[in-house]
Design a protein around this ligand. Structure first.
Ligand SMILES: C[S@@+](CC[C@H](N)C(=O)[O-])C[C@H]1O[C@@H](n2cnc3c(N)ncnc32)[C@H](O)[C@@H]1O
Length: 205
């Protein structure tokens, strides 16, 4: 499936735009208030948010399974002299970082990709493992109010193929069910054209 994203990023090196997302700006405020210094971004894409966090003094590790995305981000980081070392990595495997290493983990629209509920429980357990005690997990996922919800063909339980993109649309309950070992600090809804998202701030218990 990384081939789909390789194609996207090959045809447009800045598919998600050059500017940081609204979600990144929101999270950054919270990070600043809570002294987040070391951050892991998973599913970083071409790094619009990664570059923003790094430019604002946060030490960021970034992973994505698209080789092309990682090449673009690596090039951008060098151009902007930001010490980011992005890695090609599939988050269905154990994260390549030690226990308790990060102050926060951040992902924007990654966890609604083609992951089974079992995969998601594993990914959350890995996020928890690499977080320091009381570390933050900031994430956004597409939800049932999204205008594409109900379109496409169901390719796996709860996953819909819409023009080649495979997406899960989360309910609040599905998010609550993933919160084992985390405290939910805040959950909101945000429209980032063209998608409707649940955005979640949570903290390792
Ligand atoms: C919707 S894009 C969001 C990219 C980025 N977070 C942003 O907002 O600009 C989802 C990203 O997740 C990556 N991705 C999907 N499945 C993945 C997996 N199993 N492991 C790592 N990255 C994955 C894709 O390559 C893509 O870059």
């Amino acid at each position: 499936m990384s081939e789909v994203w390789n194609k996207v990023y090959k045809s447009d090196n800045a598919f998600f735009g050059q500017e940081a997302s609204n979600f990144a700006l929101l999270c950054f405020n919270h990070m600043k208030m809570n002294n987040v210094r070391r951050l892991l971004e998973i599913g970083a894409g071409h790094g619009r948010d990664t570059i923003f966090f790094a430019s604002n003094g946060i030490e960021v590790d970034a992973v994505d399974y698209s080789v092309i995305a990682v090449e673009i981000l690596d090039r951008l980081a060098k151009e902007k002299r930001q010490p980011i070392k992005p890695r090609v990595f599939d988050v269905k495997s154990a994260l390549p970082f030690p226990n308790g290493y990060f102050d926060a983990v951040y992902s924007h629209m990654l966890l609604n990709m083609r992951f089974s509920l079992e995969d998601l429980h594993f990914i959350f357990s890995e996020i928890r493992r690499v977080l320091k005690p009381k570390g933050f997990n900031f994430f956004s996922v597409r939800n049932h109010n999204d205008k594409s919800y109900g379109e496409g063909i169901e390719v796996d339980k709860g996953i819909y193929d819409i023009n080649g993109y495979q997406v899960r649309f989360f309910t609040e309950k599905e998010i609550q069910d993933l919160m084992e070992g985390f405290e939910m600090l805040w959950m909101g809804e945000e429209y980032e054209d063209p998608v409707d998202l649940y955005i979640v701030f949570s903290k390792k218990l």
